[in-house]
Design a protein around this ligand. Structure first.
Ligand code: HEM
Ligand code: HEM
Length: 243
């Protein structure tokens, strides 16, 4: 009985590579990720309505002020969105090593080499994924672009808002941004474009997350909830040797 069990476990470990659980995404990374996700969904839906009002209220308009309600929701979600983005940017300088800015902007030769290997993997010149523990360098670079688009979205949003802010409102300070964006209409256009860039990113991002979770069997999606990811011990050793 014992012999059979040990043969079974030996056979299983021969098939399944040994993996260990590593805490990669600390709480602020996970919290800001889901707050950004939720606020972007609300902002995209309400923003789409602001640009193309598809529900018109029956008279009298004063009782069913749909656009006013949608604008208020857009603005409350914008506050959550801005605070989450700000918190994540601060966390890039104080968080654990997987949360740091250098995981998104590659500065070491090793990360550039790894980025090249990942590129080969994505264009099917490499059959297996290169070794990784946190974000792979190409994913990291994409996230930096996403944070940049989020920032642009927020700045153009505040610039548009400053124009209709009441006299004496502190929000008027953002009116200095309007000429920098080439005027109100261009700011509106850039704000709208950012929404489509984010929508495209989310489609790509969720399909990639599902694919990697299935191919690498490393609990990729669960990791954004629990913080833990499964990695091969040699991947962790390789990463520590690079540091
Ligand atoms: C509006 C929607 C979303 C946006 C803008 C977004 C953005 C991001 C960003 C910026 C990161 C990098 C995290 C960091 O270090 O700061 C990330 C990572 C991640 N996200 Fe999302 N995300 C969204 C939705 C989702 C959803 C719905 C899922 C699950 C299906 C998901 C799964 C993940 C996973 C697994 C990672 C870690 C990937 C890796 O190893 O590089 N995300 N996401
Ligand atoms: C801090 C963040 C943001 C602020 C302060 C903000 C603010 C605003 C303001 C003031 C407007 C114009 C309302 C009007 O015309 O009266 C607007 C419109 C809009 N917002 Fe935002 N927003 C923010 C983030 C976002 C995000 C992240 C998205 C998309 C994911 C988004 C999508 C839109 C869209 C599509 C419009 C309509 C643009 C048009 O007129 O065609 N917003 N936003």
């Amino acid at each position: 009985m014992n012999t059979a069990a040990s043969i079974d476990s030996a056979a299983a470990s021969a098939v399944q590579p040994q993996v260990i659980r590593v805490y990669v995404w600390d709480l602020p990374v996970r919290l800001t990720h889901w707050l950004l996700t939720g606020s972007i969904v609300v902002l995209a839906i309400t923003g789409f309505y602001i640009g193309h009002p598809f529900i018109t209220a029956p008279d009298p308009a004063g009782q069913e002020f749909v656009m006013g309600t949608v604008l208020a929701i857009h603005f409350f979600a914008a506050i959550v969105f801005s605070l989450s983005e700000l918190a994540r940017i601060v966390w890039m300088f104080v968080g654990n090593k997987y949360a740091r800015w250098n995981q998104m902007i590659p500065v070491s030769k090793a990360r550039w080499r790894s980025a090249w290997e990942w590129l080969k993997f994505y264009v099917l010149f490499r059959p297996v994924t290169p070794r990784f523990v946190g974000h792979n360098p190409l994913a990291g670079m994409t996230y930096m672009l996403v944070y940049a688009v989020c920032l642009l979205s927020a700045l153009t949003g505040y610039a548009i808002f400053s124009v209709s802010a009441g006299i004496g409102s502190p929000m008027q300070v953002f009116s200095v941004l309007v000429p920098l964006f080439g005027g109100l209409q261009t700011a509106r256009w850039i704000h709208h474009l950012c929404m489509w860039l984010l929508v495209l990113f989310v489609i790509h991002h969720v399909s990639c997350a599902l694919l990697v979770a299935r191919a690498a069997k490393n609990a990729a999606i669960d990791s954004m909830f629990s913080g833990y990811r499964f990695v091969r011990p040699e991947d962790l050793e390789a990463e520590e040797a690079e540091e």
